[in-house]
Ligand binder design. Sequence first.
Ligand code: ADP
Length: 516
Amino acid sequence: ALNSNNAEDILQTLEQQFTVDDQTLHNITTQFLREVADGLSEYGRPMAMIPTYVKAVPDGTETGTFLALDLGGTNLRVCEVTLNGDQTFALRQQKYKVSESLKTGEVAALFDYLADSVDTFLTESGSPSNAVPPSLSRNPTHNSHANDLEEEDTYIPLALTFSFPVEQTALDSGRLLTWTKGFSAKNAIGKDVVKLLQDAFDRKHIHVKCVALVNDTVGALLSRAYTSGGCILGAIFGTGTNGAYVEDVAKATKLKNDPAAEDGGFMIVNTEWGGFNNTRSALPNTAYDNKLDRESINPRYQAFEKFISGMYLGEITRNIILSFIDAAPKPLLFKGLSTAEVNKQWGVDTAVLSEVEEAWEGLGRFASTAQLNGTPSKEDKLERVRTVIAKWLGFALNEISLTDADIVRRICAMVASRAARLSACAVGAILVQTGRATLSANGEQNPAELKDAGKRIGVGVDGSLVEFYPQFETKLRDALRGLVGPEVERRVEIGLAKDGSGAGAALCALVAQRQR
Ligand code: ADP
């Protein structure tokens, strides 16, 4: 079929290459567990397995009001979070723009801006219509005496969610390893980001103390634990993918000389699983994956992430579509026509795949028309796919045949299904790593050997892919069932982690105060 110039033959060959069967998933999970163990035993390994120094998990009874500052998404965000102690929370937030000159200028200017934003937020929250708890209103009598800094109690606790690679050395300190996402502020690499922020607060006599540095995966875990009464894994499937889970300190042997390991117990570990299998020895590479990696800004890094996350699925799909357009001797898509969108690197967003599948399945914004028309014919469904292709890929409707629509939706499905199934390896590996499942030939389990046998297993997830991509969770679960068997899979409760960088960060601040 490889030499064929028949669309159906080539599609089937490709579908085979993108299929990851249960045995393959099993092998990948085995390798995942090896790299987990490796990362837990030594620093500087491909899967970083970063200790977060969070040694408590909330159960929903926590109370208090905290500030959270979130840097690393599109906007800078300041929130005030009130934990009500009944698994609910109230959140008030304000977003601030981070200009290009701040992203690329002196780091002190960037952190001054962070501090100013918090100050502005607190000042504005002092308005009567927006009364804040006394603990959060600014101390009206504060002045610039240096010894203000010693009056710990008058300080408002703040947690910083900082979504850049950080080597954490305590709950409230961590050194920036490298900038990503278009940031390149000078004199920042290697610095303790909590200290940078605290220095800015202190320079400006703002009575806020940064008590915790939070990764978004940890925020997801904590927030899900709080709202659902327990959670063992927080996982992100958005622009990137990563997970944090609750590990026995004894298994993180690289912590052996760290005081935080002395009293044993557990600690949340940020896996940085996007970097799983950077050698790509176990991952199901295709020519399209090799091309994507080669053309990425970080070839040979974040290998697992490149098969799974929102940043890449659109690009893999775009490259497959292009190869169908370019096929010779005769083109296999769009009569050989292309558009600016399909020719441009990163020109196809993963949200497009999502919408193609929704159109085909009659979900999302297509649900109402789909219902009106009763059981749709294949033509009806492909007509809807055509409109999505026209809207997002820049073709005129008359340039898209129904066969083209069918080929495109099958390409989207194979790329996304592979991502969802590979994601199950990460979840399954954490279940095995924490003793809640064993890896056996056909997912068979001996309940007597399992930790928390029979109990619900809480997993908190966040990110557009898992939240919006049609059937992402269903496909992940199908694959997970193959790995750990139906009984364990059923007990895995996957739920959205609400506002990990706000509520989750607040919970981290609370943990920080209690652990002090
Ligand atoms: P982040 O991970 O940056 O915090 P998101 O969770 O929103 O933010 O993820 C953004 C990623 O999700 C982008 O790569 C985008 O392509 C993808 N995305 C956005 N909307 C959708 C959607 N409806 N379905 C699938 N993927 C989406």
